[in-house]
Design a protein. Structure first.
Length: 642
């Protein structure tokens, strides 16, 4: 890390000739410039014989390895800095202001020198960097401090007011119900201001772009062109770059936290690194705790009622976003229930409070409001945290008694939620809300009972786990009829894909077990209804897998395996060769998927992350293919299905 020795505060940038007062650090690195390695030029402000500060000379620098002159621009820069030093006055202290000279006079000996990390002190280094690379735009892109993206040309044509209105409205009708991130009246005010003054490019612009993208996941109309889908992906990458920008404190506020939450949600919806969300959640949790969201507002300095409620809502959303990827990645969550004391949000509608509100009267819990869905999810958070600790803890023992207790608590939470939605069916609850709420909670039953369901063949005492797993799996793959939710399951990744894969595994395993057991006891021609139900479920999953490929997924392994399993079952039923039937179905599936992929490639080109400002990297150092989730794993690790 570059270090700057102690120096009077403004001497480095008040005068161009003061560049001699600060040395650039070798080791500048940028994706457009080859790395230049060398020793740090460190200036310590201790008086020399002539009263001038001592410094390391250019000859004291270790030259870079490799052929001489490999970096002519950077070495020329160092010679220029040395020349500037020689041409400067013998005592740079004379250039300082009275205040700075007084501060300089009080400096200790070199042994006592300490480093002052002041962001303004990096300006001379930035100037050196720009001179070395010949480009300001590269630095601006890397730090996010340059001109922010705006809609120009084709982008402006792709994003129209009418389409953006539809996308944002869809978002509030769907995802905002369970993941409370925004205050609707405040958002719509800022949204209208943005369209009234499109030249104003602010942080809120990125939030609006992201909202448009989230809503478009449910928008399946013909006017949602390929150019618009490309714009959605570009906005996600641009927002991720903005969030990752260094030396920018404007990310550390509620607006930046809202954008970060939306980014996490968008990555899972659009399958952009959705399987790596658990890693990203660490940064989000740290930001939230740095802002004090893990403490209830009543313990913090006085703030408005609106700000208090927004903080509680965002924290509840972060809790939900924490436990979902922890289940998928089989990793412990980054926090537990004893590490925060933030209370649940109030059961109120958004239009019942604004910045001038001094007090609110929450509605009874049985009355539906814009916060009801989040409160229902929040009620089961402690149980789901305990499930994660039991499944992913290093020193926990998976006791069947504990599994049954947790299953009972989770089933009761689902029962209460269903009862609430039936009672408030006329208040604005949609099929999408029911499907999403049930999916986020029921999927925890599958990994909880999986270790015992796989041993039920040898130990009938665990057959209850088979039934629980199968019931949860059938509920996941057969949601209520809703076009938006069906489209979400066809394009999404992350938690939406992983839960579906777990359900798929449970159903296919039960189908294979049933057909083999009936073959052995000679009852293949009896009890056809149950086996037919399982076979139809597998066919439905195959159709969904094909639709995901049509929507851009390149993982055809699940489609092939499902066809192979179905062919094996049919071969056992008819008494034909399993090997031949399985081979034929695998070949037919590969040909079918190849045709789908070719058609997709001919119509919609894949966006390159390098073209839109961000490259995605996997933990092993390999780059993601185009930023999509290309994980080809079919069975979960250590799931007992291999």
């Amino acid at each position: 890390m570059s270090k700057l020795a102690t120096r009077p505060k403004n001497a480095a940038h008040d005068d161009p000739s003061a560049v001699s007062g600060v040395r650039c650090a070798l080791g500048l690195h940028h994706f457009r410039v080859s790395p230049l390695r060398g020793r740090l030029l460190l200036r310590t402000f201790s008086p020399g014989q002539n009263g001038a500060p001592n410094s390391l000379r250019l000859n004291d620098i270790r030259p870079p390895s490799g052929p001489q002159g490999a970096q002519p621009d950077a070495w020329d820069l160092l010679h220029r800095v040395e020349k500037l030093e020689k041409s400067s006055t013998s005592s740079p202290i004379s250039r300082l202001s009275e205040t700075d000279r007084a501060a300089f006079a009080g400096q200790p000996d070199p042994q006592d020198s300490h480093i002052i990390l002041d962001k303004t002190r990096f300006r001379p280094i930035i100037a050196c960097y720009v001179a070395a690379t010949g480009s300001w735009s590269g630095y601006a892109e890397a730090t996010g401090s340059g001109p922010k993206p705006s809609f120009q040309g084709s982008e402006a044509e792709a994003l129209t007011v009418q389409m953006a209105d539809k996308m944002a409205t869809l978002y509030f009708r769907s995802f905002e119900s369970s993941h409370r991130i925004l205050h609707a009246p405040t958002f719509w005010t800022e949204y209208q201001r943005f369209w009234s003054h499109p030249e104003s490019i602010t942080t809120a612009l990125r939030l609006k772009i992201l909202l448009v993208g989230l809503g478009s996941s449910l928008y399946g109309q013909e006017d949602a062109s390929a150019e618009f889908c490309s714009l959605v992906l570009q906005s996600i990458y641009t927002t991720q770059t903005w969030l990752s920008g260094p030396l920018e404190k404007d990310r550390l506020d509620l607006t930046g936290l809202q954008i970060h939450c939306l980014m996490i949600l968008a990555r899972q919806i659009f399958s952009i690194g959705g399987d790596l969300v658990w890693i990203s959640m660490g940064s989000l949790i740290h930001k939230a705790m740095q802002l004090g969201l893990h403490r209830d507002p009543k313990h913090l300095p006085k703030m408005s009622v609106l700000q208090s409620e927004i903080r509680r809502r965002i924290w509840a959303t972060i809790l939900e976003m924490t436990i979902q990827p922890s289940l998928d990645s089989e990793m412990p969550p980054r926090l537990f229930v004893d590490e925060f004391d933030t209370e649940a949000p109030s059961n109120v509608n958004d239009d019942e409070m604004d910045e001038s509100t001094t007090g609110i009267q929450p509605h009874p819990k049985g009355k539906y409001t814009a916060t009801s869905m989040q409160l229902i999810l929040l009620d089961s958070v402690p149980t789901r945290f305990r499930i994660l600790r039991l499944l992913n803890g290093l020193h926990t023992e998976l006791s069947y008694l504990n599994v049954l207790t947790l299953r009972s608590e989770l089933t009761e939470a689902c029962r209460v939620a269903n009862s609430f939605m039936k009672e408030n069916g006329e208040s604005g609850i949609t099929t999408f809300h029911r499907n999403l709420l049930g999916y986020l909670v029921r999927r925890f039953l599958l990994p909880l009972h999986c270790p015992f369901a796989t041993t039920a063949q040898t130990n009938p005492l665990f057959y209850h786990s088979v039934k629980v797993s199968l019931d949860a799996a059938m509920a996941i793959i057969s949601p209520g009829p809703d076009e938006g939710f069906s489209r979400l399951m066809a394009i999404s990744g992350g938690l939406f894909r992983e839960g579906f894969r777990s359900a798929m595994t449970a159903i296919t395993l039960e189908l294979l077990v049933q057909v083999e057991a009936q073959r052995l006891d000679g009852t293949l021609l009896r009890n056809l209804q149950y086996r037919g139900l399982l076979k139809q479920a597998v066919k439905d999953i195959i159709e969904l897998s094909a639709e995901r490929i049509r929507q851009g997924e390149t993982n055809f392994k699940s489609h092939m395996f499902l066809n192979m399993i179905l062919s094996q079952v049919e071969a056992i039923e008819t008494g034909t060769s399993c090997e031949i039937k399985i081979s034929q179905s695998a070949r037919d599936s590969l040909e079918f998927c190849h045709d789908l992929l070719r058609t997709r490639a001919d119509t919609v080109p894949l966006p390159y992350p390098s073209d839109i400002g961000l490259t995605s990297t996997r933990p092993n150092g390999e780059q993601d293919d185009y930023g999509f989730d290309f994980n080809l794993d079919f069975f979960p690790p250590d799931g007992g299905f291999s």
